[in-house]
Design a protein around this ligand. Sequence first.
Ligand code: NAP
Length: 266
Amino acid sequence: MLRVIVNGAFGRMGREVMKAVWNSEDMELVGAVDSVGVGTEIGTLIDTTDCRIFLENNLEETLTRLRPDVAVDFTTPRVVFQNSMTIIKNGVHPVIGTTGMSSTQIQELIDLSQRLEIGGVIAPNFAIGAVLMIKFATEAARFMPNVEIIELHHDQKIDAPSGTSIKTAEAICEQRGDFQQGLATEYENINGARGGKFNGGIRIHSVRLPGLVAHQEVIFGGLGQTLTIRHDSINRESFMPGVLLGIRKAMHLERVVYGLDKLLFD
Ligand code: NAP
């Protein structure tokens, strides 16, 4: 049995992860941490009367005392880097879903994990369909290099643009090489009207509205035609097969990898 703790357990994703781990035959939920809801009985968050685990608020102390195999983190961009450091330094395999880390921070975590030989995964999107969207978009960019990205999320998301849109743009840039798109003379009448400017002139547009979960369109434009690749997570269950895969695979990796694609295709 894989012994798992969840950090950010009181949050929307944290609850869903605890439910998925609880219902997994090869995993045991051994602890739950959050900065809010301390003392809450976990069973009340995941609709079961059998789970007598109580929410705690000190990640390091919980890691040291419970010695889990894997720690899953769905907290906030402000704290995720420090949390990930703490998890790796304590010899626990990290599965990090929280978005908002810079590429320098991600690289620092990968380097640390390599030195300490701790396998894990950081994935801005654990939905398998989203990973496929990035793969198909990367393929399309070979033939249609002009592209813009629209990502749409619920209105409680604090970071923009989404980690998924950044990962998509990075993959497309790698495919397109030095290609530059866009009109050098264009200007905005309202600041931000053309979205955020990524490398190579790729624009990323972020929509935040109640009712949305996590969605993305990658729109390619060519002579007389457009191609749109779209992925929709219609609820948070969509992320769970990927998170469980991450927990299982983290144990067998020698360092942290970035992206669920590394677990699916490499
Ligand atoms: P949420 O509902 O706000 O949950 C985050 C939880 O973490 C909150 O309870 C928050 O408490 C808590 N927290 C904040 N700082 C903490 C700390 N230092 N230690 C422990 N817990 C702490 O957010 P969510 O919708 O679950 O999303 C969480 C993150 O996952 C976001 O970055 C989101 O973009 C990302 N996400 C990733 C995927 C993926 O597939 N990778 C999918 C969906 C979401 P407070 O209320 O006090 O801040």
